[in-house]
Design a protein around this ligand. Structure first.
Ligand code: DGJ
Length: 749
């Protein structure tokens, strides 16, 4: 089994062929961190790597002892993983090893999304309990290692075993000490419509962090960071990835202390957080996923992609091919009626699109964004036969039907707000801040969650609905719940997200056949917590192909293509006004869960033929796009930022599709090659180009090239030859299909 315990050395060694994680019980019974990185030999003690004890820095000339559960006030002046206010107001804890157990598989987390093991033998879990005997606080540190993944998943359960309540002020999911600071911190940062921009900076002395205090993980920072060696590239070098399976206020922080070691901590943002722990009560942290690669960022990303796609996402849609959707948002905004929607659906169906999504504006009096959130009754002026009639007519066309909801919100102008003003978050004596003309519902209240479950179940049960886009368009202000006592208001933000998870959990269980897509004004809550319920998310409200290159590249650092919804929209693009070729828009959106967000009824016959061609191309290669191994080749964040290239390769290496994108056309470009990765070096690939320069329906031009050549020498790029004709914003896809292997000649005996 992958967890080795040596009583003699007091050492736990979690190992597989890819990684090792070593923990040691120090001489004073504290839990020391020994190592996390490439796999180490089993059956050995690694105690000599760290000091034997920890009694505060004063005993050891201030040298830092690496710790599994660092606590403030102890002489460890670095960032803590746990802070508890005891009944006497003190916060000093002495948490010493008490017990441990290991068992096959991985337990779930009560009320929280988590990765899982499907068969007991694919993972093993270690639980180590440390206890402060005087304060009667116990912490159970949980570690799961997968047999075949370079991943350790960590979390903690804090128990108050005493007779008086205590206050948890900080409870990190994980802290990790690394012996040096020669790392660069890579984060995915941005804002609305420009999410997941890759930032990469050297670590420096002191603290550096990303966080959210918005009540959602946020557009601004994804709860994911990488520590990469300065020389680490997509293909080579060491990198650690830290991801938090959480959708609320979070913190991921690194601290470099004076001896040059680095501590990383990840968990619920302690700013504004507190949790009252009654005698006998537990507090369970969200889990953190820690991954390591010595094969570069590409390898690290693949680790997260496979884990999130196969052991975080769940349910019917986890492994199923995702449908190609057409969403009416950018086609109509709020201005639609049933005939208009059916005309869009019908035109889409003729082009092969599989699912029609009715976006915002179908309920209450919602003709703009100032009203009706909370009044989830169909607007009969727009849809006289209700959602059911529209859904059935869409089905009769031969398509599936999906619907948009924004359950966590209420408009000031709504019946719900009149009847349940206290359901909207706010401090009763103070004005509430509006965002997009709406308030956020108090999801910490079980009565609100129950109401929403009833209403949404009613909608989903009333019509043949097979897809739900769950939106969330503003962040929380004036956090406060009148249902919580004063001393529990610090729990509000976490209770809010627990309420969201509980609603998601109940709805996904009640409607197991429905495909949920999460959304928060695009990528405002695109995080692993959401992926546990909704296997795909709306990556960004920015549908411009050129902006999407950066957004999708950044998002792909942590998330698989099967989770990234990507749509072709109209030009001029509604977010940036850019005009890009239809083929380029598709060539970018193919690398995700593909769909459209435009009005096909106003498009020319030629454009509709082109879309039909795109749809059939995606259907042919859907498995490869949604489940292949994604490799980033040329970064839109590096060099002159004029080019991007990436590829997806079948797991067996027999097929691949390469996307190459050039933003501005440049005069007189030299011949260019692109080195591919992940192919079978011994295979010959038939390489064809999309879109074909030949008339529609004609076979793609193709040539046969060796996998070895394509990886070592590179693929000669088409687009650069005829730059002047091509113009700006051009894309080319290269489809690689391995030729049948010739049987090896019989060797005469
Ligand atoms: C924000 C979403 O990201 C959009 O796709 C759209 O659904 C609007 N909300 C609707 O209000």
């Amino acid at each position: 089994m992958p967890i080795e315990w040596s009583a003699e050395a007091g050492q736990f060694h979690l190992r597989n062929d890819l990684v090792s994680y070593v923990v040691r019980i120090l001489e004073n019974d504290w839990l020391g961190h020994v190592y996390f990185g490439a796999s180490l030999a089993e059956g050995k003690s690694y105690s000599h790597l760290v000091p034997g004890d920890f009694f505060g820095f004063s005993n050891r000339l201030g040298h830092p002892t690496p710790l599994e559960l660092p606590i403030g006030g102890t002489g460890d002046y670095r960032i803590p993983a746990l802070a508890i206010e005891l009944p006497d107001g003190s916060g000093v804890l002495d948490l010493r090893y008490k017990s441990h157990r290991t068992f096959p598989g991985k337990p779930g987390l009560p009320g929280l999304p988590a990765t899982y093991a499907e068969i007991g033998t694919e993972a093993e879990t270690l639980e180590v309990v440390v206890a402060d005997r005087m304060a009667k606080i116990e912490v159970c540190l949980q570690y799961t290692i997968y047999r075949d993944r370079p991943v350790v998943v960590r979390g903690a359960r804090v128990t108050n075993a005493g007779e008086s309540a205590v206050i948890v002020r900080c409870a990190m999911s994980a802290a990790l000490d690394l012996p040096d600071s020669d790392w660069q911190l890579v984060t995915l940062s941005g804002d609305w419509a420009r999410e997941c921009q890759v930032e990469r900076h050297d670590l420096r002395p002191g603290r550096q962090s990303i966080s959210s205090s918005r009540g959602a993980s946020g557009h601004q920072h994804n709860p994911f960071v990488v520590l990469a060696r300065p020389a680490t590239t997509e293909e080579h070098g060491e990198a650690y990835g830290f991801s938090l399976v959480y959708s609320g206020n979070f913190l991921v922080e690194a601290e470099v202390e004076p001896f040059g070691t680095t501590r990383v901590r990840a968990g619920i943002n302690p700013d504004g957080f507190s949790w009252l722990l009654d005698p006998g009560a537990d507090f369970v942290t969200p889990e953190a996923v820690l991954a390591f690669s010595s094969g570069g960022l590409g390898d690290l990303s693949d680790t997260f992609h496979c884990l999130f796609r196969d052991r975080l996402a769940r349910g019917t849609w986890r492994d199923r091919a995702r449908p190609i959707v057409i969403n009416n948002w950018e086609a109509t905004y709020f201005d639609f009626d049933e005939p208009k929607l059916l005309a869009i659906a019908s035109a889409a169906h003729e082009m092969g699109i599989e699912l029609f999504v009715l976006d915002d504006g179908w309920f209450g009096r919602r003709n703009d964004d100032t009203t009706s959130l909370g009044d989830w009754e169909v607007n009969l002026a727009k849809l006289p036969g209700g959602v059911e009639s529209l859904a059935r007519k869409v089905e009769e066309l031969g398509m599936s039907f999906g619907i948009w909801i924004e359950p966590e919100m209420v408009s000031r102008h709504s019946q719900m707000f009149i009847e349940h003003t206290d359901w909207a978050i706010g401090v009763p004596v103070r004005p509430r801040t509006e965002g997009r003309n709406q308030y956020v519902l108090d999801m910490s209240r079980p009565d609100v969650v129950n109401h929403l479950f009833g209403v949404i179940s009613g909608i989903l049960g009333s019509a043949p609905i097979s897809y739900v886009k769950w939106d969330m368009n503003r962040n929380i202000t004036e956090p406060f719940s009148p249902t919580l006592p004063a001393w529990r208001q610090g729990e509000f933000m976490h209770r809010y997200i627990l309420g969201v998870y509980s609603l998601y959990d109940r709805l996904t269980k009640a409607f197991p056949g429905v495909l949920f897509e999460s959304c928060a004004g695009g990528g405002g809550r695109f995080d692993p917590g959401m992926l546990a319920f909704a296997p795909q998310g709306w990556t960004s409200d920015d549908t411009d192909a050129i902006e999407r290159l950066r957004i999708q590249w950044g998002t792909s650092l942590a998330y698989p293509l099967s989770s990234m919804a990507a749509h072709v929209s109209a030009v001029p693009n509604h977010q940036v006004g850019r005009i890009t070729p239809l083929a380029t828009r598709a060539a970018v959106a193919f690398f995700g869960v593909f769909g459209y967000e435009l009005d096909p009824t106003v498009m020319s016959a030629e454009e509709r033929v082109e879309i039909a061609d795109q749809v059939s191309f995606y259907k042919q290669w859907r498995e490869l796009f949604q489940r292949g191994r994604f490799l980033r080749l040329r970064s839109p964040f590096e060099g002159d930022r004029n080019e991007t290239a990436w590829m997806t390769v079948a797991r067996d290496g027999r097929s691949a599709i390469v996307g190459h994108y050039r933003i501005l056309s440049r005069p007189n470009p030299g011949p260019q090659r692109l080195r591919l990765r992940g192919l079978d070096a011994s295979a010959s690939y038939r390489v064809s180009v999309w879109p074909s320069a030949e008339p529609a329906g004609a076979p793609l031009r193709s040539t046969v090239l060796g996998g070895d050549e394509l990886m070592a020498a590179g693929l000669v790029l088409e687009s650069n030859r005829k730059s002047a004709e091509a113009g700006d914003f051009r894309a080319r896809l290269y489809v690689l299909e391995a030729e049948e292997r010739r049987p090896s000649p019989e060797v005469a005996p």
